[in-house]
Write a protein that binds this ligand. Structure first.
Ligand code: C2E
Ligand code: MG
Ligand code: MG
Length: 548
């Protein structure tokens, strides 16, 4: 018998044979449940479970998938309401939508009316969509997406990175969150890890939240945490659970309090690639505006580099705008300049791309061409034998305008600082600190049974120049940190230190401690950045009291 006829399907729905299982989603830094994904399960009359791999394609070909998705959404909303009533609310549920659902012109109305029926706010339901869907009829999807966005819905992109064209999807649509495909984790190789951390950083530079699914081992968990991935989901934490077991889990483990949500979301936006991520993050949450998504209009390109040649394989429209500002007709003309061994730009680009490939971190260079001042950022996304794919970013400002507003340029920050070397969250009341991110090859310093002070001293001994060690310990002193931050008019502490990162030559760095708003105990964020250029000379000649 064919199970997937409309009659059979409706019967299964009526009898309650089709139900969502819920797989919890955890905040990586806190280990708290922040939400759950609803995954469809179909039981036959004997209680045997049929897997989605089997019935989803069938329902898609018989045109019933839309009905399934709406039914899963309905049951999820009913569950949301029930949790609310019993005083254990979970404020984020994601549901999967098929690309075929978008062929139905009433999709927005149906989704909205289901939520209204159970009193579920639009922000609470995340629509998961796979990237392949969005490359088909861009204008049509954009229209529907806009409709959802304007009504306060957010959209998650599922299985991100599973297709080659993932970056095109980013350019065309705005998303709230990227879910990384398990494939990256199945091949848990150095290369897979590198790609994943590049993608996580890129998501952040676009203002998009990050989640990894299919997390199965502690090793993967630790890596994802250090790469800055905000949320985790997978068998390591829990398999998808029927409603009753999900309730038990929430009762047992508790879940994130709504008051903490915006705080952690803000940290999640921390863009490790931006010159001043803190400013970015604060700004983003304040003018969170669905019409003007911050990611839109980023000047991003993909450059494939071989030993003797560099070729653009993808260029966003605003990257192209910048190229025009530089006085080039098109991307081919610029490409030729970069490839011409006799041009001024050749050496600059060669060094930039080689450094990016060798170091794996973001490299940047500034240049003036045709009176336009510009900066190029490069980050290696992948390598394969002799070729490497780099993500490029371009920013320009006209030099004459710039000359008049030199101070503004310093504010812009780009000229002074490059990427973060180290990001740490600190909890002085509990006397702990956790490393969120580092681009350096330094040991973790967080062995069990070692006090925070001992770690700090060990870090200081190994990584800070002896001249600055004492000052660094004072700067990092938990005992009076609250007092010092409160006393500062900007509510942050900043100072300059020479660091030598596991035996390298000592270099100037700026360290900043910022207080992060939180409902509970006080939390601080430490960020450390390198300083380049003429400032280092000035610093070398500065007297120590100038640095305080
Ligand atoms: P998905 O949305 O990417 O869901 C993740 C899948 O990975 C789920 O499989 C989940 O059970 C599984 N999974 C979770 N953690 C782990 C892990 O640690 N290791 C491994 N190996 N797997 C893990 P599931 O439930 O079989 O669903 C498969 C796919 O079917 C989903 O992929 C989704 O694309 C689709 N699907 C599920 N429910 C629905 C639905 O209601 N509507 C639509 N349109 N599609 C659905
Ligand atoms: Mg999914
Ligand atoms: Mg997925």
């Amino acid at each position: 018998m064919d199970m997937f006829t409309p009659g059979y399907f409706c019967d299964a729905v009526e009898k309650g044979y089709i139900r969502p299982y819920y797989q919890p989603i955890y905040r990586s830094v806190t280990g708290r449940i922040i939400g759950a994904e609803a995954l469809a399960r179909w039981f036959d009359a004997d209680g045997r479970m049929i897997s989605p791999a089997e019935f989803i394609p069938q329902l898609e070909s018989s045109g019933l998938i839309y009905e399934l998705d709406m039914e899963i959404l309905r049951q999820t909303c009913a569950f949301y309401q029930e949790l609310e009533k019993r005083g254990t609310p979970v404020h984020t549920f994601s549901v999967n939508l098929s690309r075929l659902d978008f062929k139905h012109h009433d999709i927005f109305d149906r989704v909205a009316s289901i939520l209204a029926r159970y009193d579920v706010p639009h922000e609470s339901i995340k629509l998961e969509i796979t990237e392949s869907l969005m490359l088909e009829d861009i204008d049509h999807f954009r229209l529907i997406f806009d409709q959802f966005h304007k009504a306060g819905f957010t959209i998650w992109i599922d299985d991100f990175g599973s297709g080659y064209s993932s970056l095109n999807v980013l350019q065309n649509y705005s998303f709230d969150l990227m879910k990384f495909d398990m494939l990256f984790l199945r091949n848990f190789t150095a290369r897979g890890r590198k790609m994943l951390s590049s993608l996580i950083n890129m998501a952040k530079s676009l203002g998009i939240h990050t989640l990894a699914e299919g997390v199965e081992t502690k090793e993967q968990q630790e890596f994802l945490l250090s790469a800055g991935c905000e949320a985790l989901q997978g068998f390591l934490f829990s398999k998808p659970l029927p409603m009753g077991e999900m309730i038990d889990l929430i009762d047992r483990e508790g879940n994130e309090k709504p008051a903490d949500k915006s705080y952690w979301n803000q940290i999640g936006y921390l863009n490790l690639l931006s010159p001043d991520p803190l400013e970015d993050a604060v700004q983003k949450d304040e003018d969170r505006n669905y019409e003007q998504f911050p990611g839109r209009g980023n000047a991003i390109a993909l450059l494939e580099c071989r030993r003797n040649r560099a070729d653009y394989v993808y260029v966003s429209s605003s990257y192209l705008d910048r190229v025009h500002e530089l006085g080039y007709r098109d991307i081919d003309e610029l490409e030729e300049v970069f490839n011409n061994h006799r041009s001024d730009q050749y050496l600059m680009m060669k060094k930039l791309t080689t450094d990016a490939i060798e170091k794996g971190t973001v490299q940047t260079v500034e240049y003036i061409n045709n009176d336009v001042y510009y900066r190029v950022f490069a980050k290696c996304l992948a390598r394969d034998g002799e070729k490497a794919m780099l993500a490029m970013r371009l920013s320009t400002f006209e030099s004459d305008r710039e000359a008049k507003t030199a101070s503004e340029m310093l504010d812009y920050g780009n000229t002074l600082f490059s990427t973060y070397k180290l990001v740490v969250t600190m909890y002085p009341e509990s006397d702990i600190s956790k490393r969120l991110y580092t681009s350096l090859n330094i040991p973790p310093y967080d062995h069990e049974g070692v006090t925070n002070m001992e770690r700090l001293e060990q870090f200081c001994r190994n990584e800070v120049d002896p001249i600055d060690q004492e000052r660094y310990l004072r700067f990092m002193n938990f005992a009076d940190m609250a007092e010092r931050v409160d006393a500062d008019p900007n509510h942050y502490l900043q100072s300059l230190f020479r660091m030598r990162w596991a035996g390298e030559d000592s270099r100037w760095h700026t360290a900043r401690i910022t207080r992060i708003p939180s409902s509970g105990e006080r939390i601080y964020l430490l960020t450390v950045q390198g300083i380049k250029g003429k400032w280092t000379k000035w610093l070398d000649s500065a007297s120590p009291d100038k640095l305080e």
